[in-house]
Write a protein that binds this ligand. Structure first.
Ligand SMILES: [Zn+2]
Length: 297
């Protein structure tokens, strides 16, 4: 369902892809009063969550009674355009307007040439998966998701985060797991009976657990743990470099996700790029085997 509202104020001339300033008052006046009131009521009820930029516009999850929708709203061809699963009656629906109001409050940047979800180019593989999802009964879909979550910690964490269900225990659990892995990895090559596959296995588990930790709200403890994981891995990576003819895992297959996790957590805690590059160069100095490669970053 698409609906349009004319009357966006443009920030000067030039490319339509530039961010535009919205006349919020004019937007409110152009919406039908009943829709405006319904949208405001949704916001007052705390029904709008998970607001994010999407395709140059905004989307969020809106709970309207028993229905859970994910409307999108953006500026297409100079006019506000909404798409919503409610398939409303032609105008912008209250759900899309509620998302717009939340986006105004959040100072979200609007592109002057947004791409609505229905017009976005989707790789054919994803279209096929989406078609499969539409053919499933909700109970079948739920069972598949639950099975996948039980098998895959990263998927489970993303699922819980998306549903707003992560709690302190999840956080402690993820940190404890990474701490144990860092400690056991640090000693994997001690003693006479270790093989290169043990190093590879330890590295892949470190990378996987650090990636899970990134899905949780960042803390300094998590950042410190990932830093320790990088240092331990850099030590182990020396063995993989020596074993380049027989190894099945390249050092960067572990090092890159660890460094990405570090950067991700750091940026959440401290968005200053100068601070980050300083910390990375200090870390690089402590990594003789090149796990933190400033030339690549
Ligand atoms: Zn709607």
């Amino acid at each position: 369902m698409s609906a349009e509202w004319e009357g966006v104020r443009w920030d000067g001339v030039g490319s339509a892809a530039v961010a535009v300033r919205i006349d919020i008052e004019a937007f409110g006046e152009a919406i039908r009063p009943a829709t405006r009131e319904a949208a405001s009521a949704l916001r007052r009820a705390g029904a709008v969550s998970g607001l994010e930029e999407a395709g140059g516009g905004a989307q969020a999850v809106v709970r309207d009674g028993a229905r859970i929708l994910q409307p999108w709203i953006g500026i297409v061809d100079g006019a506000f355009t909404g798409e919503c699963e409610c398939r409303g009656d032609g105008g912008l629906c209250a759900h899309a307007v509620a998302v717009a109001l939340a986006a105004f409050d959040d100072d979200l940047r609007w592109s002057g040439a947004a791409v609505p979800p229905s017009a976005a180019e989707v790789p054919s593989e994803r279209l096929r998966y989406a078609a499969a999802v539409e053919r499933l009964a909700p109970r079948q879909l739920a069972a598949l998701v639950v099975d996948q979550a039980a098998d895959d910690r990263l998927f489970a964490t993303v699922l819980l985060r998306t549903a707003g269900m992560l709690d302190a225990a999840d956080h402690e659990d993820a940190q404890r797991r990474l701490r144990v892995l860092v400690e056991t990895s640090a000693v994997v090559t001690r003693g006479p009976y270790w093989e290169i596959s043990h190093v590879e296995e330890a590295g892949l588990r470190l990378a996987a657990e650090a990636t899970v930790l990134c899905e949780l709200p960042a803390t300094t403890e998590a950042l410190d743990l990932v830093e320790r994981a990088i240092l331990v891995w850099d030590g182990l990576a020396g063995h993989l470099i020596d074993a380049h003819e027989v190894r099945g895992v390249d050092p960067e297959e572990v090092g890159n996700p660890l460094v990405e996790a570090y950067i991700d957590l750091f940026e959440q805690l401290d968005p200053d790029p100068a601070e980050l590059s300083q910390r990375l160069s200090q870390l690089a100095d402590k990594c003789p085997n090149g796990t933190v490669d400033l030339d690549v970053l």
